[in-house]
Design a protein around this ligand. Structure first.
Ligand SMILES: [Zn+2]
Ligand SMILES: [Zn+2]
Length: 571
């Protein structure tokens, strides 16, 4: 089904090109692949400029071609025929020239339009009734900023009108939930031109972040992890040993101290290994689990930066587990159980993918890889978890499990990973003493559950549309007196009492209309609004209303405290 949808979407990219060609006869075409939820086509319009208002015109031309029901035909040609055929299209010529001499080249044509393509395609334009052009962007030819910038037209297509409409509604909802917009409205974080890609945390965001980190710390301590913190900057020599200097240099920021070169860490592992190597380890110490919420910096092109989703510094919720080979199955199973619990707290479902040995670029013996892959698989089986295999997608140093989370808008996010590493223990000559008193290499496992705390918070903001569960909400209760003259003293006492119970309270003592104050508390998405009037003051009560609900409930102060504290504790 997924593949059929891809064929439809890619065919619709051709339909888009055919329509553009009919409207702009001088247009030249780059590539038009499918992407996660649709397709795009990169187009060189010469002196013409496309704006959003042109999209409906192109859509109309596309619909017309659909109604003509043009047959889509495939034809195989030689490389020289292809070069001749596309001689007016410089981008296609470039693509053809890159093909091997004897490659079979296929041409897909519909009406007066033909495109270079591997296919497959739907048999006729009449299949492509349900499409929508979504947006425009600039894109350098072949992603290289030295090349010309083309116009990228994004669109999507579905087999039925209903699916298309549902998708468009979901896109609208996502716009409303955009974490950059909500981050501003709810005072969670900010970005500044003085530090592109380096987010600033505001007081409300800081509370959210601290709650998340405290949750992480307490769960990991219970699981037997020990916590460390390693430095942000470390000497170049260390990165030479780890291999980062040779393989990851382009993504690292560097500086000099006393004439020596230092790198700002892009990963926590090498620093963590120095902590491991401080002591002599025995098999009896294993599994040794060292956790670190470590701030890492990785260079990203400025054009790729995106709110909290793509940043230049972020906090990895990292941990390294050192163990014997016999312990892999049990420890991986324990990690998966931990992930399962923590994701469920956020109502995030997930699926697991097992990425195996790359075809050519890998280190170590095939037998070791087979053993490691089998260990990951049997860990999952031992706790009854299904998984999908991603052949050849492992890191060069070991196989891994990827956790793909699904948010409330059906988007998939790669967050957690569990990776076995056969490289760093060798490079750093790490050892432990086994039961026969002999030196052995430990197995090293890297794992992160949120991935990046910054990105995870971005995901949560959109997942919850900013209406966080009470335990995470920056402000948990808003106290609103009906009349300042009569209800202020009681409200003040109530606030003191709630604060004494570690509940985050805000008040609204302005001389505004009650309805206005309630509406404003709603826009700030505060979980509980307490309205204090005569009845509450006289009988020591509170009347509360939960965010997004209209029902009001009146209970005693004690009861309210008990109820909200239980909710916070249970998450
Ligand atoms: Zn095609
Ligand atoms: Zn690591």
């Amino acid at each position: 089904m997924e593949d059929a949808l891809e064929v439809l979407r890619h065919s619709t990219a051709h339909l888009l090109a055919e329509a553009v060609k009919s409207l702009y006869p001088n247009a030249k075409f780059g590539v038009g692949p499918t992407i996660e939820e649709g397709f795009y086509y990169d187009i060189d319009l010469g002196d013409d400029v496309l704006t959003e208002s042109d999209l409906p015109v192109i859509e109309k031309a596309m619909s017309k071609l659909v109604s003509l029901g043009q047959k889509i035909e495939r034809k195989v040609i030689t490389k020289s025929e292809a070069l001749e055929f596309f001689k007016e299209d410089p981008y296609k010529v470039e693509l053809i020239q890159d093909l091997p001499e004897n490659e079979e080249i296929s041409l897909y044509s519909q009406g007066n339009f033909a495109d270079l393509c591997r296919g497959p395609h739907v048999p006729s334009t009449k299949w492509m009734k349900n499409f929508k052009l979504l947006s425009l962007a600039g894109a350098y030819w072949r992603g290289d900023s030295k090349n010309k910038q083309l116009t990228r037209v994004y669109g999507t297509a579905f087999f039925t009108q209903e699916e298309l409409q549902n998708h468009l509604l979901a896109l609208e909802e996502r716009k409303k939930r955009d974490h950059r917009k909500l981050g501003k409205e709810l005072d969670l974080f900010m970005l500044s031109e003085y530090g592109p890609g380096f987010p600033f945390w505001l007081p409300n965001g800081m509370i959210l972040r601290r709650e998340l980190e405290n949750f992480w710390y307490s769960v990991h301590l219970k699981e037997g992890y020990k916590l460390i913190q390693t430095p942000i900057m470390l000497n170049k020599e260390l990165w030479l040993i780890s291999g980062h200097w040779d393989n990851y240099r382009d993504n690292m920021y560097t500086s000099k101290i006393d004439e020596q070169e230092f790198a700002i860490k892009p990963m926590n592992c090498p620093g963590g290994i120095l902590v491991y190597k401080r002591d002599i380890h025995s098999y009896k110490d294993f599994p040794l689990k060292l956790g670190e919420l470590g701030l890492v910096h990785r260079h990203e092109a400025s054009g790729a930066l995106n709110g909290l989703f793509r940043v230049r510094n972020f906090t990895q919720d990292d941990a390294h587990i050192y163990m014997t080979e016999d312990q892999i199955v049990e420890e991986v199973a324990a990690c998966v159980r931990l992930y399962d619990y923590m994701y469920s707290v956020f109502n995030l479902s997930y699926h697991i993918e097992l990425s195996t040995r790359p075809l050519d670029k890998y280190i170590g013996k095939i037998e070791t890889w087979d053993k490691a892959e089998a260990a990951l698989a049997s860990a999952l089986k031992s706790i009854g978890k299904e998984y999908k295999i991603n052949p050849g997608d492992g890191a060069f140093y070991g196989p891994k499990l990827d956790f793909k989370l699904r948010d409330s808008m059906n988007r998939i996010w790669q967050c957690g990973t569990i990776q076995l590493d056969m490289n760093l223990p060798e490079r750093f000559d790490m050892t432990y003493i086994d039961q026969f008193g002999e030196k052995k290499r430990p197995v090293m496992l890297h794992r992160a559950l949120f991935g990046s705390i910054e990105r995870f918070i971005g995901i949560l903001i959109e997942h919850y549309a900013g209406a966080f569960p009470t335990w995470l909400a920056p402000v948990q209760v808003k106290v609103i007196p009906v009349n300042m003259a009569y209800h202020y003293e009681y409200s003040k006492e109530l606030v003191k009492l709630l604060q004494g119970e570690d509940i985050r309270v805000e008040t609204d003592y302005r001389e505004e209309k009650l309805g206005y104050k309630i509406r404003e508390a709603q826009t700030k998405k505060i979980p509980y609004q307490l309205v204090i009037g005569d009845q509450e003051v006289a009988n020591n009560l509170v009347t509360y209303r939960c965010y997004g609900e209209t029902e009001q409930v009146t209970v005693s102060v004690d009861e309210f405290v008990k109820l909200i504290k239980k909710e916070i504790k249970d998450k």
